[in-house]
Write a protein that binds this ligand. Sequence first.
Ligand code: ADP
Ligand code: MG
Length: 484
Amino acid sequence: MTKPSNDKAQASPTKQFFVSMLTRDITLADAILDLVDNCLDGALRLADGEAVDYGRYFVKISISADRFLIEDNCGGIPRDVAKNYAFKMGREPEDDRDSESETIGMYGVGMKRAIFKMGRNALVRTRNGEDTFEVPITSEWLDAKNWDPLPINEPTEASENLDEPGTTIHVSDLYEGVARHFANPAFVNEVATAISQHFTMFLQWGFKIELNDQRVAPVHVDVLVSPREDGPAPYVFRKTINDVTVSITVGLNTSRRAEGEDDDDADFSGQRDSATAGWTVLCNDRAVIVGDKSRLTGWGDLPLVPLYHPQFSVITGIIEFRSKDAKKLPVTTTKRALDTSSEIWLESLVKMKEGMRVWISYTNDWKNHPRSDQQSYWQDAQPFSLSRAIEAVASRTTVKKTNVSDASGHASEVVEFNPRKNNVLPKPEEKKPSSKKIVFSRPAEEVRLVSKMLFDDPDEKPGTIGDECFKIQLAKANTKKRGE
Ligand SMILES: Nc1ncnc2c1ncn2[C@@H]1O[C@H](COP(=O)(O)OP(=O)(O)O)[C@@H](O)[C@H]1O
Ligand SMILES: [Mg+2]
């Protein structure tokens, strides 16, 4: 038995330890993206549940060897939020400000982490409504042993005001490595590319992001959809799992631009084509990954999906996770990597592979035929983003819609469309008479099992299943023959 004494053992973290741990696992570019996320969250909060008019908002980032500056007009930080939450390291459990909106901030570290990553002196100036104030984070505060609250200062001169509600964050006394990066044009380009990818949806909706006075253009990730009911269309799947809506489309990409779309006034142009082939993963409209061609997204998951190679550069898959509870999204805290062990990701991967199979078979079918033979079928197809593609396909009468309810009794609709099963994809002219016919029987249970694996549906037609099995083996044989 022990009894309490008057002595106490100190257990609070030192600032130095805290700051170095916090900033260790995030890259400099990702830290900057975190700051832009806050601006977008700000715009979303301003809209208060209504649709956001992103065309009204901007972010201007300026980086150089001696300082970092980010300015936005996204509503600013309300004083009580600044006093109680915004500058805390980590979110308070009672902070339920965003339970009704699809913001991405969740751990309450992004802004502080970005500042600490870059330098030893920072000034956050914000205007919310008519209320303007500043919060300095100084090297003296960083060096002090205690965790004193930060001062909130009022402006005394006109120059300390902001023209409109918004926030500016200025960081100086940059760390040496950071200063070197900021002075390097290659790093600036890297940040521009990261922005054009990660925020592509917002940029497409008119949100303006400038980096060192140059406008950043969105990268376009699209799939082709024919407006004809029987015309070629992408694979589509949508389901709500545990408060997260998963939307998937897999289709052919294109180098063509949709009409009326023009980013020519932008200086950092978004990439397209083969860079966006593979998988793009969106979480609450942020692209976490663009154009992934690795095991991560199912490529090379034999026997269903072969390794990525140039034959598949026409295939683009887009998957989106959307939730009002950002913690349920399968992303890591840096928001630019996937949490691939999450259940929702694993469940989605099954459908992603099903969609990939459609186009792997399609490109195999067409491999030895001139491209021009396909052209007429695709002529009227338009490049659509994920949401527009799903909308277009969901309006077809052949789309499969089922109502399901989950474990907690929430009802939702599952939307599914497989272009191969629906026979809307062009097929090359029938094989020469030198073809051979293969006929064989197998136990019904085994046929159902293989059908389930290949099509996630035990009841596919036996002929289709046999054909698919043969195609998978043939692709492997061809790969081997090519010596890959
Ligand atoms: N640019 C901004 N505009 C409006 N509010 C902001 C901005 N930057 C930060 N904030 C406020 O500061 C809070 C803390 O930001 P952050 O440290 O990134 O954590 P989180 O985004 O996870 O809440 C945000 O929740 C938000 O209320
Ligand atoms: Mg944040």
